[in-house]
Design a protein. Structure first.
Length: 286
């Protein structure tokens, strides 16, 4: 009986140890993270609520760099495997046509006006050249867009293409994704590059139809088992226990996306970096 009692007593301890192992973000790499610390990052460039200049356009990125901000941007493949800087999965919101970005070839995407302007979605290489010309020390947070149906070879080629394009960028850069598989690939392909796990709340995951178990695992960073990210980028919702645990274990914390009606002072106090939109904060607040 004694051994059974000891085993039962050990179960809670073993469970806590297991959870810690699964959610642990990895050993803090403070030196590598330093260029990104305490900075304000313009979400999709410096653009206004009226989309002038439009988000993810070359003028928006140039304006952010000239004003001393870091930049957060999104990259994905077009149908013909060109790396385009575009946030949405579809063209519907930002262009006059409908369809998936990944199902549309680059010559078509490049001819579409962004939000009725004279600008078009740029290639990733165009953005890197534009930002480097405006301010070569601009820190970048590059989000690699992914979808559930993307698989091994496609994700590998996507990550390799992003890392290859960044090799000639003169400033500091890091890579993030909502997909732990992508963060894992960055960990393998470029261990010296700072990597981040984007995380959304369980509530928001359920709103977009994510199954309950997957929503819980993703919102509570169980993908850290394979990703071991340097930072966690969290949404405006209240932090859950896993996000608080990651911060306590040494992960850098990044907030996305701060808006004018948020408590900006609190967000800057609580986070090591803030991705902002539609207002102009101090470029470096810590």
């Amino acid at each position: 009986m004694l051994w059974l009692l000891l085993l039962l007593a050990a179960v809670p301890v073993l469970f806590v140890v297991l959870v810690l192992f699964l959610v642990w973000p990895g050993a803090p790499r403070k030196r590598l993270r330093q260029p990104f610390f305490g900075r304000s990052y313009a979400h999709r460039g410096l653009f206004g609520a009226q989309q002038r200049p439009p988000e993810n356009s070359l003028p928006a990125f140039a304006a952010a760099a000239r004003n001393g901000y870091g930049i957060e941007l999104d990259v994905q493949f077009t149908e013909d495997r060109q790396l385009v800087v575009f946030h949405d999965d579809t063209l519907d919101r930002m262009t006059p046509v409908k369809g998936g970005v990944g199902n549309t070839p680059w010559p078509v995407v490049s001819a579409l006006p962004l939000a009725g302007s004279g600008e078009h979605a740029p290639l990733f290489t165009e953005v890197l050249r534009t930002v480097a010309a405006a301010n070569p020390s601009t820190p970048l947070i590059v989000e690699i867009k992914s979808r559930y149906e993307y698989r091994g070879r496609y994700l590998l080629e996507l990550c390799r293409a992003v890392l290859s394009a960044l090799k000639n960028y003169p400033g500091p850069y890091c890579i993030e994704s909502f997909d732990p598989r992508v963060v894992r690939l960055v960990r393998i392909l470029a261990p010296g590059v700072v990597r981040g796990q984007l995380a959304d709340s369980y509530r928001n995951h359920r709103k977009i139809g994510t199954p309950r178990v997957a929503a819980y695992l993703l919102s509570h960073c169980f993908g850290n088992l394979i990703a071991r990210p340097d930072f966690i980028a969290w949404c405006p919702d209240k932090r859950n226990w896993a996000i608080r645990l990651c911060a306590a274990l040494g992960a850098m914390t990044v907030m996305w996306t701060a808006l004018p009606d948020h408590d900006i002072a609190r967000l800057e106090q609580e986070n090591d970096a803030v991705i902002f939109q539609w207002y102009e904060p101090e470029p470096k607040y810590k």
